[in-house]
Structures are given as structure tokens and as C-alpha cells.
Design a protein around this ligand. Structure first.
Ligand code: FES
Ligand SMILES: [Fe+2]
Length: 438
């Protein structure tokens, strides 16, 4: 068990170094945009064209518009009487922009798993909102993270993932070491007032907890040498008092990485989170195949500062007997939601994680990573069947989420109510309100 947050040492886990060749699914559903959404888009495009209002006035107006929308949800009202946030939280372009700024750029965010940078010179890239990043392990075994943007003319530097001894810009060949310093600037002889030694890659804060790699994008000026935050502080900031409970539940166990799958869904990222946080409410109606593996009577939800944990007994041996010994879910399932966008699911011999990445007001990508007890990592039949079942559930959820997004864009709907089992969802909305209000 890894209960502490590790920062820079090579992992000795059994995680596999590369993804295996299971199918990557990209779900694409055509969705017609409703009248109101078209109107909102038109409003946005008008807002962005030249107008007599100064840009600073526009910024103030936009901020105040978001503030007004934020205040439409009252976190002081208990779940029994509360209304959900207005649909504009899920559709408005400016709200989405401000949400990236206030929710995603200020705190620790999971961006990958440590098996992606298992060996020296391994790297992976990604995008969070408008932030392009690259994470790598340098020749000393130190994990570094940088904005993935060339200092010359802003080209994206590295792409995809793999192994490199340095980063060479594909545009004009400027070259950076794995610790971010600029080691070669082509054809710069004769350039005056250049401070090339100050034109290295801009660093990002990076940490590792269990098998997860975290980044912190901060607006404040920060230099790599100024990393004063201890591992304990990072863990407590990210997980709060839930860290011990999550370790007890086995979410940071040494498991074998099996595969990654990615789904692009036409919905706001919060729609996917809300669906996850409804306390099993939708399971009997939308996942009939999942029902036999879960004992919904035992469903419970525990709230922590930034984490909620939903737990449910599994069908266990009964489900296994009914299905020829196949028992993917085991005797207990634990579903941990780490605010704002990361889910850790521990069931049977499996852990899977779901990272929800916003791609726009009405589009998100969900990255699933699957980890399995090492004793089963070569059981191809069990793995294949488990992944097929999991995939069926994800596709059912994708349809639900896209339907909800379309409903949110309809003029017929603005705010709804919570069922009492949906208190983790209410908790999520309260945390969002706290982050979003200025
Ligand atoms: S933009 Fe990278 S070298 Fe020119
Ligand atoms: Fe679901």
C-alpha cells in the first residue's frame, strides 16, 4: 500500500509501462442544438465582436455575469429544500471560462498515472482547459512538469507520450533538456539583448500520490526552485481527511495497470460528475445489467471536505454463482469522488479511475484507467469480460449524460430538485459555489 505522497523517486510498483491494446472508444453522438443554446451561442459571438465597450469593461461585465449565475445557487439551503444550480452553469460560455480559471487552475489536478513516467526519460503530454502541459522523468529520476509551449514562437513542443532525451521544437529546432532548460537556440547569432538562459520551459508544480500524477496550475508567478510544499501538505490539500479512509479502502494499492480507454461525450463535464454522484439513484433504471452485482439497499454516502465516498455491497458469491463464477464487483464497491473531476472506483479485484476533462461548455473527455490485482493480470478471459461489462455501463452513462445536456439547453428547464440520496451531488455543487464566487 502506498499511503504517502511520493514526489520524485522512481516507482517500484507492478504497474505495466505501456497501455495494452484494448479498444479506444471515441463516442460521438450527433446532438441538435436547441433554440436557446443557439441564442446563447449567438449572444456569445456578439459579445466577442468589436463593440464600443472597452475590453476592461467587458471583463468586468463578464465577471459580474458569472457572479450573478453563481449566486443563483444557495449552498446554505439544505439538500431537503435546495434547488439545483441553474442550467446556465452547464451551458454558458463565459461561465465555463471562469470555471476553468477558478476551479481547475487553482488546485491540484490529476493528469495521469505514474506508470506513464515509470522510467527515466519517459514523458506524456496533455491539456487542461487552455493549459498545455508535459510531464517527464529526467535522467536523475526527478519528475518535472512544464507548460508544453516553446519560448520562441509558442509552438506546442512535445506531443503524445513516449521516451525522449530532450525536447526538440518541431518548428525551428530550439531544444530543451528534460529539466526544462534551453540547451540549443538555432540561428540566434547576432541577436542582441537576448537572455537565452532565461528562456527555458515554464515549470508547473507536480506531485504523485499512489499511482496518480497531479499538477497544479497556478496564476501566481512560481519558479521550480521555490517548491516549498511538503508531500503531506499536498496530500491534505488534495484529499483532506479522506486520505486515510481511501487507503483503508485500497484505492492506492499496488495493482497492475491494464489499459486506458477514452470517451468523448457531448455534455458539460459537470453533467458526467452529477451522474456519478447520484447515490446509485439511476442504477435500477439505466443499468439493469449492473443490478445483480450490487446490493443497493446497502448504499451509503460519506462526505469529506473535498471528497465524497459512496459505498455499496456487491452481489458477491451470489452474483458469481448465478453467472458461472464470474464476479467482477466482489463483495464491496467503493466509489470515491475527488473534487472537482476525478473518480476512483474500487471493486472486487479492480480499481478504475475516471478523469473528466472539460473540452468546452458542452463537451468533455473522460479518461478511464483500469488497474487489476496482479494475481489476475494474465487472466485474459476475466479481463476481457470485465472490460466489456464496464464499457456497456459507460456507454449507457454517455447516452444519459448527452440527454441531460440537451434537456439543460432546452428553454423548458432551469433548476431541479435533489433526492435525498443525491447528497454527494449537492456537496459537489456547494464546493463549486465556494470556488466560483469571487
Ligand atoms: S517556435 Fe519553437 S523553435 Fe520556433
Ligand atoms: Fe451510471
Amino acid at each position: 500500500m502506498m499511503t504517502m505522497l511520493a514526489t520524485i523517486t522512481p516507482q517500484s510498483s507492478t504497474l505495466k509501462s505501456t497501455t495494452t491494446g484494448y479498444l479506444n472508444l471515441h463516442l460521438k453522438f450527433s446532438v441538435s442544438v436547441s433554440q436557446s443554446a443557439r441564442r446563447r451561442c449567438l449572444d456569445q459571438s456578439l459579445f466577442c465582436t468589436r463593440d464600443p465597450i472597452s475590453s476592461s469593461s467587458r471583463v468586468v461585465a463578464a465577471a459580474s455575469n458569472t457572479s450573478n449565475l453563481v449566486e443563483e445557487f444557495d449552498p446554505e439551503i439544505p439538500v431537503e429544500r435546495a434547488l439545483t444550480p441553474p442550467s446556465s452553469w452547464y451551458t454558458d460560455h463565459q461561465f465555463h471560462h471562469d470555471e476553468l480559471d477558478r476551479v481547475f487552475y487553482g488546485g491540484w489536478q490529476v493528469v495521469g498515472c505514474s506508470n506513464q513516467i515509470k522510467d527515466n526519460r519517459d514523458f506524456f503530454t496533455g491539456r487542461l482547459g487552455e493549459v498545455e502541459f508535459v510531464v517527464c522523468r529526467d535522467d536523475d529520476g526527478t519528475i518535472n512538469a512544464f507548460h508544453n509551449v516553446c519560448s520562441h514562437h509558442a509552438s506546442i513542443l512535445a506531443s503524445g507520450s513516449g521516451r525522449k532525451s530532450c525536447f526538440v521544437c518541431p518548428y525551428h529546432g530550439w531544444t530543451y533538456s528534460l529539466n526544462g532548460s534551453l540547451v540549443k537556440a538555432t540561428r540566434t547569432t547576432g541577436i542582441e539583448n537576448s537572455a537565452l538562459n532565461e528562456m527555458g520551459l515554464k515549470p508547473l508544480r507536480v506531485a504523485v500520490w499512489g499511482p496518480f500524477v497531479l499538477l497544479k496550475v497556478t496564476q501566481a508567478t512560481w519558479k521550480k526552485e521555490e517548491d516549498v510544499e511538503s508531500d503531506g501538505l499536498v496530500a491534505s490539500e488534495w484529499l483532506g481527511s479522506s486520505a486515510g479512509r481511501l487507503s483503508e479502502g485500497g484505492v492506492d494499492s499496488h495493482l497492475s495497470f491494464i489499459c486506458r480507454r477514452e470517451y468523448t461525450i457531448d455534455c458539460n463535464w459537470k453533467v458526467f460528475c452529477d451522474n456519478y454522484l447520484d447515490g446509485g439513484y439511476h442504477v435500477p433504471y439505466a443499468h439493469k445489467g449492473l443490478m445483480s452485482g450490487l446490493d443497493l439497499e446497502t448504499y451509503s454516502t460519506t462526505l469529506f471536505e473535498r471528497v465524497s465516498i459512496q459505498e455499496c455491497g456487491g452481489g458477491g458469491s451470489k452474483a458469481g454463482e448465478e453467472d458461472g463464477g464470474f464476479d467482477r464487483l466482489g463483495s464491496q464497491a467503493l466509489y470515491a469522488f475527488v473534487y472537482p473531476n476525478f473518480m476512483i472506483n474500487r471493486y472486487g479485484p479492480w480499481v478504475d479511475t475516471n478523469l473528466v476533462i472539460p473540452l468546452g461548455p458542452r463537451k468533455c473527455k473522460v479518461v478511464f484507467d483500469y488497474f487489476l490485482d496482479p494475481s489476475l493480470k494474465d487472466d485474459e478471459a476475466f479481463i476481457r469480460r470485465s472490460l466489456e461489462e464496464s464499457e456497456r455501463v459507460q456507454m449507457e452513462d454517455a447516452v444519459l449524460c448527452e440527454n441531460v445536456q440537451r434537456g439543460l439547453e432546452s428553454p423548458a428547464y432551469d433548476k431541479g430538485r435533489y433526492a435525498l440520496v443525491e447528497k454527494a451531488m449537492h456537496h459537489f455543487h456547494c464546493l463549486l459555489h465556494r470556488n466560483l464566487k469571487i
